[in-house]
Design a protein around this ligand. Structure first.
Ligand SMILES: Nc1ncnc2c1ncn2[C@@H]1O[C@H](COP(=O)(O)OP(=O)(O)O)[C@@H](O)[C@H]1O
Ligand SMILES: [Mg+2]
Length: 551
């Protein structure tokens, strides 16, 4: 096999960023940002060809293992930390990334390399044991789920039990709260050191019980298993469904990116977030995105906490711009630089570790057709692209999105709740609370609206079958929002007034006027993804009209 492991770091990249076929989109983006001199944690990409070899043989070829060892040494040199070291341990992320973007369909493991030894060392070095334990419980959860195939819910239960104990010590009556409310009262970031220590112990016991072996405490064994899991995730069910939906050939394979960790969960001067160089719903030219302080990247996309806006719009002083102005300015500069370089709207992931900003991902942004048209027209005006390039920027197959009907403004409507306008379009349908149910009822030709607390990649088949998606939690860049925009489906996200009970198959809506309303499975609702409104019943629609950019 030709060279198959490509280092990136310290301003240079071994891989050619144009070879997305080998490096995958994420690997190519990391290589390119590194070459541009942007602050990217060093790492290396194992090529998609290795994924195919792995799928065939069930293990990594010996020469690839040697290349990985050599690349790991380079990362150690670039960071000054060592993998498995007791004093200054290097921790890694192990990330999937195919040629075409498949958001959340495959697996990623963060904080790999934590063991009893490195945990103690890192706690001493950072003088922040809480942070290390927070990283550790995340690692055990992700590794247990992705690397060892244990149900994630088992690990989360342990976390939620701890949440309940914290609530009790604060005198909160937990018997009156459902899990959603409890999570709001006691977010992850408020679980203390002693509790975290117990959580890690209990989670490791789950692993021992489920696998019959103790949690792997050797970083090299962790790494080997993680790489195998990432390559294996190319063939998991949801990835297959997504590939079929988007005509992505099975033969492409995913690359595996291994990268030094940076930590957004080190305290209040650390944070993580996502940004779009233009608004992905409207195309307006303004840095748009969301962030969370003291959190790791997955928290923003998974919708675990509802994130805060990047830009200060005058109303919201929880913006990154207001709270961390220097990091915000750096981000704006980098966003501009990347747009100029790629000459297209970008979707970015970043993490701030103790006030210093790092870039973790860039890619061409998924956008609505409306945004595609507006951004393309404005980029011509800005002399970023030519008119003929602009035409190519609008995917013809998605143009019918612009023709989606909108709600009849004259129709009588009963507003139930308001969430975030995550993906435009109007949709009516019967409420269902699970992806399987959406698929079942949808396949009978009945319109359904999939209602979830938040969606996850396992819900993809249900999202496909639904006319629209409604979530209680998560922001404009949550899984539901990103995937719905990609599919051109109406989505209202982060609707905090609704409380969902999966077991009773109901949603309870706390209305600002009038008392609470309870809707059951099968009830009709209407979503307006353009405004984030949720209405009772099926509201009539009118055909769409096109915006001025069409002239
Ligand atoms: N080296 C790293 N340091 C800190 N956070 C990371 C690192 N690598 C990945 N992450 C974060 O983990 C999350 C998931 O990673 P990613 O590989 O991008 O998965 P996905 O393709 O689902 O976005 C992202 O929010 C990303 O920013
Ligand atoms: Mg990502």
């Amino acid at each position: 096999m030709a060279k198959s492991v490509f280092f990136f770091g310290e301003g240079r990249s071994d891989g050619d960023p144009k070879r997305r076929d080998l490096l995958g989109g994420k690997g190519a983006g990391l290589a390119e940002m590194t070459s541009l001199g942007l602050p990217v944690p060093p790492g290396f990409t194992i090529s998609t060809e290795v994924c195919n070899a792995f799928s065939g043989e069930g293990k990594l070829p010996a020469e690839v293992i040697a290349e990985i060892d050599a690349a790991l040494k380079e990362v150690e040199k670039a960071t000054g930390a060592r993998f498995g070291d007791a004093e200054n341990p290097l921790l890694l992320s192990v990330r999937s990334g195919a040629r075409a973007s498949m958001p959340g369909m495959m697996d990623t493991i963060l904080n790999l390399g934590l063991t009893e030894r490195t945990c103690a060392g890192l706690a001493k070095r950072t003088n922040n044991r809480r942070f290390v334990l927070d990283a550790y419980r995340r690692f055990v959860t992700m590794f247990g789920d992705v690397g060892l195939g244990i149900k994630r819910a088992l690990f989360e239960e342990v976390l939620d039990q701890a949440r309940g104990r914290v609530a009790l010590t604060r005198g909160i009556d937990v018997t009156r709260l459902n899990l959603e409310e409890l999570k709001k009262k006691v977010p992850d970031s408020e679980i203390g050191e002693a509790e975290l220590e117990g959580i890690v112990r209990a989670q490791k016991e789950i692993v021992a019980r489920e696998t019959g072996r103790p949690f792997p405490d050797d970083p090299h064994e962790q790494l080997t298993l993680a790489i195998a899991a990432v390559f294996g995730s190319w063939n998991n069910h949801r990835a297959l469904v997504y590939r079929r939906m988007h005509d992505i050939p099975d033969s492409w394979g995913t690359a595996c990116n291994i990268q030094a960790m940076v930590f957004g969960n080190m305290g209040d001067t650390s944070a993580t977030g996502v940004a779009f160089t233009r608004d992905p719903s409207t195309g307006a030219r303004k840095l748009y995105g969301e962030w969370l302080p003291n959190a790791q990247g997955e928290d923003v996309v998974a919708g675990i906490r509802t994130p805060m806006p990047l830009a200060n719009d005058g109303k919201d002083d929880n913006s990154l711009e207001a709270k961390m102005p220097a990091a915000y300015r750096t981000l704006v500069d980098i966003a501009n630089k990347l747009e100029l370089h790629f000459r297209d709207m970008q979707d970015l992931e970043f993490t701030i570790q103790d006030t210093k900003l790092y870039m973790l991902q860039c890619r061409a942004a998924k956008r609505t057709s409306r945004a595609a048209v507006r951004a393309a027209v404005e980029m011509v005006g800005e002399k970023l692209i030519t008119e003929s390039e602009a035409v190519l920027r609008v995917d013809p197959s998605s143009l019918d999105q612009l023709l989606h009907p909108t709600l009849d403004p004259k129709a009588e409507k009963t507003l139930l709740a308001r969430g975030l306008p995550a993906s435009p379009g109007a949709a009516q349908g019967h409420v269902v609370f699970s992806a399987d149910e959406a698929e079942k009822i949808g396949s009978q030709g009945k319109p359904v609206i999939l209602v979830r607390i938040e969606t996850s990649p396992e819900d993809i088949h249900g999202m496909k079958a639904a006319r629209g998606i409604l979530t209680a939690r998560g922001g404009m860049t949550s899984h539901a929002a990103v995937v719905a925009r990609g599919m051109g489906k109406a989505c209202v996200a982060g609707t905090s007034q609704i409380a969902i009970s999966y077991s009773q198959e109901t949603m309870t809506i706390q209305r600002s006027e009038g008392g609470p309303i309870v809707l059951k499975k099968g009830d009709l609702i209407t979503l307006d993804g353009g405004t984030g409104s949720v209405y009772l019943g099926a509201v009539p629609t009118v055909p769409a009209s096109l915006g001025g950019e069409f002239d």
